[in-house]
Design a protein around this ligand. Sequence first.
Ligand code: PLP
Length: 390
Amino acid sequence: MRPISRFAVEGISEVDVQSELETARREDLHFSDGHILYSMCNAPQQLAIRAHQLFLEANLGDPNLYQGTKALERSVINMLLNLLNGNSSMDGAAVSGGSEANITALWMFRNLTKKRQVVLPETAHYSFNTAGNLLGMDLRYVGVDDSFRMIPEEVKQAITADTAVVVAVAGTTSHGQIDPIDRIQKICRDNRVNLHVDAAFGGMVFPFLERAGHDLPAFDFTLDGVSSMTVDPHKMGQATSPAGVLLVRDGKWFNAIKQQTYYLSVETLHSILGTRCSAGVASAYAMMRMYGRNGFTQLLQDCMRKTEILAEGIRQLGFRLAIDPIAPVACVRFDTDRTAKNAQERLAKRGWRVSRTQQPPGIRVVMMPHIPDRVIPEFLADLSNLRSSA
Ligand code: PLP
């Protein structure tokens, strides 16, 4: 579709507008094609779409006009706190996704502590760079071990009198790995430093895998030293975008970022955004109520079943995986960035969309529920043709 260059004086018919939209949509790729193998977003289900449509007008940025939507937000926060071993004295806020949750967390801890340093793993999501840049905070990266987990000893060394917050990840973007959060939280407690856990992906993955019998390290509010967490229902939680959540151990901390809102239905707000999309919150609510813990456990078991089939196929082709997957993420190692890029491009020519990892050089697949079983052998067949460049 050729982008429109001018704002026309006269409008066109609804039918013509619809046809333009359909043209644009045809040019998009879609999860239903089964070829997008790296996205952590999901193909929305019918109930999620209906929930989204019902709340298109709502605006959580003006919450007293939308008491019902506010109750849905509260319910989503309560359900997530309950899932992640929090309690009723804790709080949270619906945001647009993992990036906004991470930026808000750093903003809150900077203002609360009046300190500016952030200690975080090399594997942290790029939204922390955005946060550092926006907030004028200094990011001090610490190394990861052979399994791409943050090294606690390096965290200890990196903490200074100016550390506002340490960040650890549960479900890293590249590998789905969990940092040793138990050890890190002890270091944070000893040093009286806040710990933010970015569980944007893992927050709605690991609790269900644990229920399915997977042996996983603790990462959530069970650990006293965990101050706040990012969780994204719009990833594995099957909600429509945008739907992210920031959970905090103490709701009073939000006072550190509250702003006066003289023209709205409430006196103060503590969000980065003014008008806030509420439809994603409604769809998050719908998916959590529809699936329940049992439904999500089955969903995750199925994602792990497909991931293991893929991982075994990758090994049989003679490729190496970066780690044995603990989440539905499989990363194929290559020797250099150049060979990984080459592999990504050659797979793209066969229709596959995979993303690259930096550490180690590799390509990665996120096995979301919408990826059908049939694509696994097809993808492996095309991957086998790359064998020589690995
Ligand atoms: N944190 C982690 C660990 C992620 O993997 C991602 C995105 O994949 C984000 C944060 C950012 O989430 P969003 O794209 O919803 O802003």
